[in-house]
Design a binder for this molecule. Structure first.
Ligand SMILES: [Zn+2]
Ligand SMILES: [Zn+2]
Length: 322
């Protein structure tokens, strides 16, 4: 086992930071819809389509092609030393650290890159903050927030985090509703709407918006051992995502973790997916969130010591992986 449970920590009482203007929760109706639809279903929020069609909304987006005109997916810089990296799972429906609250959703913090990145924000912001406190994760250290997809179990905690730290850059998908992006801006945060693959900071990339029914972006970190890929729900298909990450960066896959969305998938199909992982040379696998118990068991059987057991409170230090 290459994960560690941090010790100590007490419960905390959440108090919202004083607000000097009216704070609106990030589109309440949308989030309620998202939570109901969640990752258990495969139906995208209907209201997205209508809002995205608003031409005015698109013109106000930060265009990534302008912001990163020299985006280079084959950096000359040496890759990030994996030794420096850690991934703290703050929010997950699988149990790990008994001090933490488990709940349907996903969120993790990536440290060791140029930017400290919060990937997804779970379902409930206050629960997220309570778990963060116990894990010695501070909202103030977050530079970047990446939202994998629109579902409420990945975006529900965003407003609560932004109340604690508004000077962040939030990477959403281009297809997110305009109102959702505007709410983020009202907190003072910068919004970057991702369509194509982009570089977030040295060694860290978004796959860009992948999928047909439910669009999603995944995080890819280029380390000296290969790629670390973190997925939210993997709605477009976990194998498709890691293949695209590999093609994008032309680098071997080292560690794939996050929601693999296999909770309703037949055993034989999961076995095929594990074969695909092995074919693609994935050295470590850490399915959590919507991966389902069957997939977790099958991955554990296949990967043995290279299976990373992940739940709420798992802290993965890459220096402890061979
Ligand atoms: Zn989902
Ligand atoms: Zn999910």
């Amino acid at each position: 086992m290459r994960t560690r449970k941090p010790g100590g920590g007490n419960d905390m009482v959440i108090t919202s930071a004083p607000m000097n203007r009216k704070m609106k929760p990030i589109p309440c109706i949308l989030l309620v819809l998202c939570i109901f639809m969640g990752c258990m279903g495969d139906v995208p929020p209907e209201m997205n389509e209508a809002e995205i069609q608003d031409g005015e909304t698109v013109s106000q987006e930060t265009e990534l092609s302008e912001q990163y005109p020299e985006c280079d997916f084959h950096e000359d810089d040496p890759p990030l030393p994996a030794e420096d990296m850690s991934i703290t799972v703050i929010y997950d429906n699988n149990e790990y650290d008994p001090r933490l609250e488990t709940d349907w959703g996903f969120s993790c913090l990536i440290r060791g890159c140029e930017k400290t990145i919060l990937f997804d924000t779970g379902t409930d912001g206050h629960r997220l903050l309570r778990n963060m406190e116990k894990l010695d994760v501070y909202p103030g250290e977050i530079d970047v927030i990446v939202l994998s997809h629109i579902h409420g179990d990945h975006t529900g905690g965003l407003a609560t985090v932004l109340r604690k730290k508004s000077s962040v850059t939030v990477y959403v998908l281009q297809s997110f509703p305009f109102t959702f992006k505007e709410e983020i801006r009202e907190y003072g945060a910068e919004v970057i709407a991702v369509s194509n693959p982009v570089r977030i900071c040295p060694h860290v990339y978004s796959t860009g918006e992948i999928g047909e029914l439910i669009d999603e972006q995944s995080l890819v970190i280029r380390t000296d051992r290969g790629l670390v890929v973190i997925t939210g729900c993997a709605h477009p298909g976990i194998v498709r995502i890691i293949e695209e990450a590999h093609d994008l960066l032309q680098t071997d896959l080292y560690f794939v973790m996050g929601g693999f969305h296999l909770h309703d998938t037949e055993r034989t199909r999961i076995e095929t997916i594990i074969s695909d992982f092995e074919r693609l040379g994935v050295q470590y696998a850490g399915p959590c969130h919507c991966s389902g118990n069957t997939a977790r068991e099958l991955f554990e059987n296949a990967y043995g010591q290279h299976y990373i057991s992940i739940g709420a409170g798992t802290v993965i230090y890459l220096r402890e992986m061979e």
